[in-house]
Design a protein around this ligand. Sequence first.
Ligand SMILES: C[S@@+](CC[C@H](N)C(=O)[O-])C[C@H]1O[C@@H](n2cnc3c(N)ncnc32)[C@H](O)[C@@H]1O
Length: 833
Amino acid sequence: MQSPASLSPPRDLSSEASFGAPADTFSNVASLSSTPPTTVADDASLASDTPKNDGIVPIGSMDDVTEPAIVEEQSEVADSIVITTATTETFTISAESAESPTVTRTQTAESAHSTPASERTRRPRLSAPIYNLARLAGTAMHGKRRTKGDEITDRKRRTSFSSTLDASAEGNDGTETTTKTTTTPVKDTIHASDSKFSMRGTKSPKSAVSKKREEPSAKRIATRASGLEAETLAHKLSSLGKRGRKTFEKGVTKMTRELRRLQDTNEFSGIDTRPVLYTTWVNGKYVDPSAPEEPPTKKVKVQDDSAYDVPEMEEESIVEEPVPKKRCVKKWLDRGLYAGQEAPTDIFKGLTAVEKKKLAQFPELTQITKVNKTLPAPMFFGLCMLMEGRDFKLPFDLCNPLPPGQPKPDEWRKMTKNRFVGDAAAYWKKTPHFKDQSKCVCTPEDGCGETCQNRIMLYECDSTNCNVGDNLCQNRAFARLQERTKAGGKYRVGVEVIKTSDRGYGIRANRCFQANQIIMEYTGEIITEEECDRRMNEKYKDNQCYYLMSFDQNMIIDATTGSIARFVNHSCQPNCRMVKWIVSGQPRMALFAGDRDIMTSDELTYDYNFDPFSAKNVQRCLCGSSNCRGVLGPKPKEVKPPKPSKEELAKLAKGSKRKLKEALGELEAAEASTTKKRKIKTPAGIKALATGVKRTTSLKAATKGAAMVIKRSVSTISVSTKAALGKKDKAPAKKISKVTKSKSVIKSYGKTASPTKVAKAKHTTPKKMPSAKASPSITAATTENAKTSKGKSPKATTPTRAGSRRNSAVSSPSPRKAIDLPRIRLVNSPRVA
Ligand SMILES: C[S@@+](CC[C@H](N)C(=O)[O-])C[C@H]1O[C@@H](n2cnc3c(N)ncnc32)[C@H](O)[C@@H]1O
């Protein structure tokens, strides 16, 4: 009897059967199957008459097997035939085993040892795998074993409990077996256990065998020869359930040797030896290989590789060396390509009839007669483009700034807006013409052109005094300048500092400017005369150059901290003019282009009108123009303009008091020009000097008591020669001279402690009505010892702020040299008060 303890739990048994079997278990099984032998040993094995199941250990009693366990094991059977086999083996208990009640495969082997040695070593029985593997391998039809007397029925029978047990009972000669034959088929057992598993569809081995028996024995044909598609192992596996597959795979691991044999076959490996059909798809379309070839298109010809074979080879052979990148230097043109070209007298010349007809429709184009100096646009070829109405691009850059690295002036603090310092603001507000406002009466057609009263009186139009509006008004130069330079950039600014060879620093244009166009504003600190005096004596006493310009209302612009305009040099044939305007009630000074257009790279100059009230203060001019006066002196006398008629005066009186006053001032200046006698008086002090303007003529006499005359003065004061400051013994210290001159008031600053002279001059130049084109007259008091042009004294070098001095080879009767004395330049324009 088998002790219950000998029965391991079904699962354990099952597990043990599955994993504890020797590795050759399946080999043996396979040999029992119809797998063709591949070795001699197998042949011998196959030749043995002893059926494989002879070696099966006698089955033990199944009485003790609890029904649930059986059912469970049968459930496994339903899932996997391999499990069935294991279960069968599990419950195969030999007689010896009964005596030594241990139910393991090991003991089964021991039992085998107890059998006669002649007996073949019993191997564990496996039923279902044999069958399945044979079929799965596609070799079930080979049937070699059958030809050698192997009984298929036996093998098939082993797939059930009954058959297995029966076979064990029958075949077990040497062992006593307590066998309880389980006659109930697996299928029935499962049904009895009310298991969810269904054996429906599973072929009963018995029925299969009987079916085979019923079938007429057909001639066996090799699988390959028959042309039937061998079922692959994978195919078989795929037909199993999930659990079955798992279990089967476990079993497969035990069947390594047999599987190795099977792996030799293509069927097992899943290699499909059928020819593979390849299809060709081009651009998403199926290409029928049987279809006739289409004639080659041009594209195909282009893609012919042969044409590019050589270049490709060459490319490969070329070793690319890193080429050092050349720095792209931007090339600037100095002048416009078409600048300066004269417009043709006959603009229709050379045009076709059609073009002439078309051009006639554009009268504005036919009136091109001016020389194109400013805009370098193509004039004549551009005509066609203009007629066509096409836009065109200029073929070069208009801006030509200097390369970086230019010498820059030091000790210059830039300031782009005027700033009232000290009492200057309050002083300015007290002046009568601060409240004086002009109002233009222009029409939109006029656009505040030449006839605009504001323009004539040097008032800039704005929203408060313009009758036209911002869009059409052309008298807003300062506003336009601000718009232009606000964004910055060299072109918008348009000017830059240069270092001249003989005149210190200067200013050049790096772009073109149209005639009368505003270029830049002269800005600085607006100071009173007292402040100017204090600075000269204290702050600038060691300076080589002063940048002081008489401005308005006896005030002075100190451009020591100021705009770049302070570097503009003098020329006797200037291309610019410095003009003072009233903008929003404030006086402002700006440099405007002259009557000629200014080209890129031109140096900007204006006439200082530097009037050396004393021949001793003359400084040599180095402007180099053809009409150079030789010295930084005043302009030559101008022709006296006719007196304004009463009607004109009345008309001006309607405009504003200021206009009238200025007109009268002009008149008085014209009258005063007749008196050319220069008087030099000693001023009371430097304040009197800075004031610089003394009413010398009765305005009543000139204008029948209408108004006083104010000489609007614009003065630049440049005091140089630091050395002069140290030679007090030679130079009269702080000499102030007042010279009465026919042209303007001249002030002279010396370095002596007490001023001695104040040069005073009357305006001799009959002042025309102020206009944007009017440049201020310039008078100057220069160094006392400056040599006149007639003198034979050697060149005197005046040191500049930058350390270089210009030759001052101006002959002078004075023994003093220009280097010893400061220079004072006053740029004066008539001023009405
Ligand atoms: C207001 S500064 C102009 C800037 C000055 N060149 C500088 O380097 O600062 C005026 C001085 O420039 C020099 N200068 C200007 N124009 C000149 C000219 N045409 N000939 C000789 N010297 C001139 C004179 O020394 C003059 O006193």
